[in-house]
Design a protein around this ligand. Structure first.
Ligand code: ZN
Length: 258
């Protein structure tokens, strides 16, 4: 038994070593955040909040590493050949549409001259703890891309076709008819998607969609299967953040092998 454990350990170490020496994969990361707050959350949700000082330190680090934040509209401009991407792009995304994205996250972002994409659940807008429509309008005016996280945050793969379509169509139409600029991107609730849902998004005039799958993205990545790394509440500060950034590269290397 001990020998078996030893063999597994040696094989894993070898595998990790092989992954590390592979050439750097091409592509840029998309980070997935939720709340930026110091507030003590319910333990089940606690992993979803990054304290403001940690968030600021993460942005300092990205800036020092030479990253330039872009939106997913910028990504599509590059895919279609209108404008090139910056040298070292990165996308910061925020799911669920919490009020602190406006009160806490936005000022830190602007202090770093950075941009982001905020995905809102349209039926939660204006409820306690969530963004209001006026917040969205102001964020869009300040260069933030607003995207849909559907109307009710139900995992799309668990719904029938009619309900799926209502969830993606109504959230987009609601935001646009309320006076926002066109909504082009969607974040799949719970990361659940399939090829039929992608087709439906195309028909509903979405251009991009983000998943919960780790990895990097290039101009050749399917724009309805964009990969993201989840940035959880860090227990080990910036070291953990660097590790999560590395996770994107690691999975991109894995995909290059298999
Ligand atoms: Zn969500």
């Amino acid at each position: 038994m001990r020998m078996f454990g030893g063999a597994i350990f040696i094989l894993s170490a070898l595998f990790a070593a092989v992954i590390c020496i592979l050439p750097e994969p091409e592509g840029f990361p998309i980070l997935e955040y939720h709340q930026v707050t110091d507030a003590q959350l319910d333990p089940a949700f606690e992993v979803y909040n990054v304290p403001p000082d940690e968030f600021a330190a993460q942005l300092d680090y990205l800036q020092a590493q030479g990253y330039t934040t872009i939106t997913l509209k910028d990504f599509m401009y590059a895919v279609r050949g209108y404008r090139p991407l910056p040298e070292k792009p990165i996308v910061l995304t925020f799911d669920d549409g919490y009020a602190d994205n406006y009160t806490k996250m936005l000022p830190i972002l602007e202090a770093h001259n950075m941009t982001a994409v905020v995905y809102v659940i349209t039926n939660e807008l204006g409820r306690p703890g969530y963004l209001t429509f006026d917040n969205l309008k102001d964020m869009q005016r300040r260069g933030i891309e607003i995207g849909s996280h559907t109307a009710d945050h139900l995992p799309l793969t668990s719904l029938n076709k009619i309900t799926q379509r209502r969830q993606v169509r109504e959230s987009k139409i609601f935001l646009e008819w309320s006076g926002l600029e066109p909504i082009c991107s969607l974040s799949y609730p719970n990361g659940a998607f399939n090829a039929e849902i992608e087709e439906m998004l195309r028909e509903e005039n979405y251009l991009t969609a983000v998943t919960g799958e780790a990895g990097l993205n290039t101009l050749a990545t399917n724009p309805f299967e964009l990969r993201r790394v989840h940035i959880r509440k860090p227990r080990f500060g910036l070291t953990e953040f660097k590790f999560r950034l590395f996770k994107a590269t690691f999975f991109a290397k894995l995909k290059n092998i298999f």
